[in-house]
Design a protein around this ligand. Structure first.
Ligand SMILES: Cc1cc2nc3c(=O)[nH]c(=O)nc-3n(C[C@H](O)[C@H](O)[C@H](O)COP(=O)(O)OP(=O)(O)OC[C@H]3O[C@@H](n4cnc5c(N)ncnc54)[C@H](O)[C@@H]3O)c2cc1C
Length: 397
């Protein structure tokens, strides 16, 4: 899986490291970085660079204010918040409460909270939901009887001529601003894409012909699989990216999950970034004009339809509307429009008039209102066009 040239990196050449080892390993990383933060080495294979960074750098060494790693908390339960409202954590402002909530600002905090959680008999079988910016999740109206773990590992670091190393909690808006300011091209398509880099990697976010997979070199994650934790490093191929999909999404079942921690991105260094700036500006202007991005929403409710899944007669009707984004698709908004769903509402939620694939919260929407709209759209589109819609948003049960 890893290039042979990385053999010298001891524990890091193993793709999977159990949690305990990972904890000890990060302890060593912290000790190393506090006194002696090494410089990234130029001209190395990306993976070698990634390994060196994983050994040598952590987010605490990137931020002088938090350079000293926090002590291991003795009573995590005092730190994990209880009975927290999920509404402000969702872009749609919908949801009940979560029994437990924790914001992890570093990889170490992720390890600590999960280590604590799984050491507690009464907690360890309860559910865990990883949260980024909350721009794509529909929480239930009911109580989430488990832990919502918000990933706020938030840093951006240039490592080498055209490589950026960033925490999963970094906001995409902040990342693009950083890139444009430092003359790195490649992420212009993300202009005003809400949410975090971790969320974008997990769902292989994309628009305007771009996808995050095109920039990812490698991803570090903590995977919980069949009762064991593994600290994993994956290259782009191992991330198994697909249309709004990745290995991180595929791993997640009721008992298994993957926490994306760090991402290494390949950029393109420019002398003049003005054309990329104007592309980003025009993408943003397009969003403002065509999408209700100022309303509480989760973006596209349904995935667009790959043309091979569209019945022939429907394809004929919409042949002039097929888009390459990133491969030939029929925009689902056309089907919703054709099924007269524009502006249709239930309770406090409705299909936006501006863009029918966006459900907006027009008042006190409940998750049940949104789910009813989703069912209605699925029924109408199936009966009118013979096409089964698939949700792009994550529905939390
Ligand atoms: C106005 C608007 C416009 C949008 N436009 C687009 C668009 O053009 N293209 C597009 O692809 N999407 C779009 N979206 C959807 C959304 O912005 C993206 O899917 C975004 O990448 C989600 O990131 P997030 O951090 O908010 O993830 P969240 O909503 O917090 O989570 C989404 C999923 O990712 C998981 N997750 C989040 N962080 C991590 C992590 N660190 N490790 C593991 N799992 C994690 C969560 O468990 C959840 O299953 C839009 C949304 C809105 C509100």
């Amino acid at each position: 899986m890893f290039p042979p040239s990385c053999k010298g990196w001891g524990v890091l050449v193993y793709p999977s490291i159990p949690l305990r080892t990972s904890l000890e390993f990060t302890e060593r990383v912290y000790n190393l970085t506090q006194d002696n933060p090494p410089e990234p080495v130029e001209g190395l294979h990306y993976f070698e660079a990634f390994f060196i960074i994983l050994v040598a750098v952590d987010e605490h060494s990137l931020n002088k204010k938090t350079r000293r790693s926090p002590p291991l908390p003795k009573k995590m339960l005092g730190i994990i918040k209880q009975n927290v409202s999920l509404k402000p954590l969702s872009y749609l402002h919908v949801g009940g409460k979560t029994r437990h909530f924790f914001t992890a600002k570093s990889i170490k905090e992720v390890f600590n909270v999960l280590d604590f959680w799984f050491s507690q008999k009464r907690l360890k079988n309860k559910r865990i939901l990883i949260l980024g910016g909350g721009t794509n999740v529909l929480f239930s109206d009911k109580v989430f009887n488990g832990l919502v773990l918000k990933i706020d590992i938030n840093f951006i670091k240039v490592v080498g001529k055209d490589v950026i190393f960033s925490g999963a909690g970094t906001s995409m808006v902040k990342l693009l601003n950083f890139c444009l300011k430092n003359k790195f091209a490649g992420l212009e398509w993300t202009a005003r894409l809400p949410g975090t880099l971790g969320g974008a990697v997990r769902g292989n976010a994309g628009c305007f012909g771009g996808e995050i997979k095109d920039s990812v070199i490698g991803v570090a994650s903590l995977d919980f699989i069949n009762g064991n934790f593994y600290f994993r490093l994956r290259n782009n191929r191992d991330c198994d990216f697909g249309y709004r999909s990745s290995i991180f999404k595929k791993i997640t079942e009721r008992q298994n999950f993957s926490v994306i921690l760090w991402i290494l991105l390949k950029m393109s260094k420019k002398n003049d970034i003005s054309s990329e700036k104007s592309i980003a500006e025009s993408n943003f202007a397009y969003r403002l004009k065509k999408q209700p991005i100022k309303s509480p929403t989760l973006g596209s409710t349904f995935k667009n339809i790959p043309v091979q899944k569209v019945p022939k007669e429907v394809l004929k009707e919409f042949s002039h509307k097929i888009k390459e984004d990133p491969f030939p698709i029929l925009p689902v908004a056309l089907l919703l429009n054709g099924a007269n769903l524009k502006g249709v509402g239930i309770g406090g939620a409705k299909f936006s008039e501006k863009h029918p694939n966006f459900i907006v919260n027009i008042g006190k929407a409940r998750a049940s209102d949104v789910k009813k709209l989703i069912s209605l759209a699925k029924r109408r589109v199936k009966s009118k066009f013979g096409i089964s819609l698939e949700e792009e948003i994550e529905i939390i049960k």
